[in-house]
Write a new protein. Structure first.
Length: 417
C-alpha cells in the first residue's frame, strides 16, 4: 500500500504550553494563567494555548489515516525540543515532508517509522512532535490497510503475544488536586493523582510540609470514598525537582524525607516522580541513583521515577542500565516516532525497570489512542490518562479505547480479559 497524498490541519491540544522555568522560579497564579513574563525562548506568555497538527494520509485505496503532531506541556526545558507551533511547522512539512511521504510504501510499520525518524534537513532531525505525529499516521495507515487494530499490527511486527488484559491507568489532576483526586477515587483509577507539585511555596512547602499534609489528606480521602476495601490505588506524585531544591541536593536528606512521606501514604504504594532536576543527564542519573541507594539503605519502600533528562530511547537505556531509579517515564512525544516508545517499554521490561508509558496533558485524542494501542502490545506497568488536566476526559478516552480493544481481541483470539 502506498501513500497517495498528504494533508495538514492545525488543531488544538487537550491543554496548554507552560513555561516550566518561570513557574519553578515562583510565577504566581492569576486565575487560570500565571503572573509575570516568560523566560524560556519561544514563549509569548507563561501559559499559552497548546497547538497540534493533524497529518492526514490519503492511501491509494482511498482510505484516510491520520496522526497528530504534538509536543509536551513543558516544551523547551529539560533537554526537550522547542515550542511546536502550527503556523511555523505546517509550511515546513508541506515543503519537506510531503515529497518524502507521497508514494511511500507502508507495508511494514517498523521500517517506515524508523525511516521517517531518521530524516534530517539541513543537518537537523525533525522536531519530535513531527516524528511523533507521522509515526501515528503510519501505524494507523498500516492497520486500516489490513483491517486490523493498531495493537495487532504491533504484536505481529514485534513478535509480541496478543494479550487481552487490562493495563493500570494513571490519572492526572492538574492544579485541582483535591477535586481531581475525588474524581479518580470515584472512578477507581489504578494510579493517582499526579498532583502537579511544581512550586515550592504554594504546593511543597519550604520544609516539605504542604506535600506531607496533602498525602495524608489523600490517603484518608481514599479510605473515606472507596466503596470497598479492595480498592487500593498506587499514589504517584510528580514534584518537578522541588524536593531537591529544599534539601540542598543532599541524597540522604531527600531519602529521609521521602521515607517520611510513606508514613502519610499508609497502605497505598508511593511513587515520587522527579525528586530532583540536576540540569543535565549525567548528574541526573548520578543523583537519582544516590537517592535510590539511600532509600534502600534505610529500608524505605518509596519508589522514585525518572522524568527530566530522560527524553529519548537512548536516555531510557542509560537510566535503566545505571539502575538509577525504580521506574522511568516514557514521555511519548519526547521520543519522536512511537516505535521508540515501543522499544523503550520492551527494553525496560527486559532489564528489571518499571515502565510508565506517559506523555503529556498537551496531547490529543488521536495521539492518546495510538499510545494506548502501543501499550496493549507492550504491556507497560501503567499508562497515562490523557489528554487534558480535568481527568475525566483523558480517562474516558484511554479507558474506553482500552475496553473496546480488549473486547475485540478477546473475541478474535479467545483470550480472557
Amino acid at each position: 500500500m502506498k501513500i497517495k497524498k498528504v494533508f495538514y490541519s492545525a488543531g488544538s491540544t487537550g491543554f496548554y504550553f507552560d513555561d516550566q522555568k518561570a513557574i519553578k522560579a515562583g510565577a504566581g497564579h492569576d486565575g487560570f494563567t500565571y503572573k509575570g513574563k516568560p523566560v524560556t525562548p519561544g514563549f509569548n506568555s507563561i501559559r499559552q494555548a497548546g497547538e497540534s497538527v493533524s497529518i492526514i494520509l490519503e492511501l491509494e485505496n482511498g482510505i484516510y489515516a491520520w496522526g497528530d503532531a504534538v509536543a509536551v506541556q513543558y516544551s523547551g526545558t529539560g533537554g526537550r525540543d522547542p515550542l511546536f507551533l502550527a503556523s511555523k511547522y505546517i509550511p515546513f512539512m508541506q515543503k519537506h515532508i510531503s515529497p518524502v511521504l507521497e508514494g511511500l510504501k507502508i507495508d511494514n510499520f517498523r521500517e517506515s517509522a524508523a525511516y521517517i525518524d531518521s530524516l534530517r534537513f539541513d543537518g537537523e532531525r525533525l522536531h519530535t512532535a513531527i516524528r511523533y505525529g507521522l509515526s501515528q499516521a503510519l501505524l494507523d495507515a498500516k492497520a486500516k490497510s489490513q483491517n486490523l487494530l493498531m495493537c495487532e499490527v504491533l504484536c505481529e511486527e514485534y513478535s509480541l503475544p496478543v494479550i487481552a488484559g487490562r493495563i493500570a491507568i494513571f490519572g492526572q489532576s492538574g492544579d485541582d488536586r483535591y477535586n481531581g483526586a475525588d474524581k479518580m477515587i470515584i472512578k477507581r483509577a489504578d494510579v493517582l493523582p499526579h498532583a502537579l507539585i511544581n512550586n515550592i511555596d504554594e504546593k511543597l512547602g519550604r520544609r516539605g510540609e504542604k506535600l506531607q499534609e496533602y498525602i495524608k489528606w489523600l490517603a484518608n480521602r481514599i479510605r473515606e470514598l472507596r466503596t470497598s476495601p479492595d480498592y487500593c490505588p498506587t499514589l504517584h506524585i510528580d514534584v518537578y525537582g522541588t524536593i531537591g531544591t529544599i534539601f540542598d541536593y543532599v541524597p540522604d536528606k531527600i531519602a529521609d524525607y521521602l521515607a517520611e512521606l510513606s508514613k502519610f501514604s499508609g497502605e497505598f504504594p508511593l511513587y515520587i516522580e522527579g525528586p530532583v532536576d540536576m540540569e543535565g543527564k549525567e548528574p541526573q542519573i548520578d543523583m537519582l541513583k544516590k537517592i535510590k541507594d539511600a532509600l534502600a539503605a534505610i529500608g524505605s519502600n518509596v519508589k522514585i521515577v525518572a522524568d527530566e533528562w530522560c527524553n529519548t530511547y537512548e536516555d531510557i537505556v542509560e537510566f535503566t542500565n545505571a539502575a538509577s531509579c525504580h521506574m522511568v517515564q516514557i514521555k511519548t512525544p519526547d521520543l519522536g516516532s512511537i516505535h521508540n516508545t515501543i522499544n523503550s517499554v520492551i527494553y525496560c521490561k527486559n532489564n528489571n525497570m518499571e515502565a510508565y508509558q506517559g506523555g503529556t496533558c498537551n496531547e490529543t485524542d488521536v495521539s492518546a489512542r495510538a499510545c494506548l494501542h502501543a501499550a496493549i502490545a507492550t504491556r507497560p506497568d501503567r499508562i497515562l490518562a490523557k489528554p487534558g488536566m480535568g481527568f475525566d476526559e483523558g480517562f474516558s478516552i484511554i479507558k474506553n479505547e482500552l475496553e473496546r480493544s480488549l473486547c475485540i481481541l478477546s473475541t478474535k483470539y479467545g483470550k480472557k480479559i
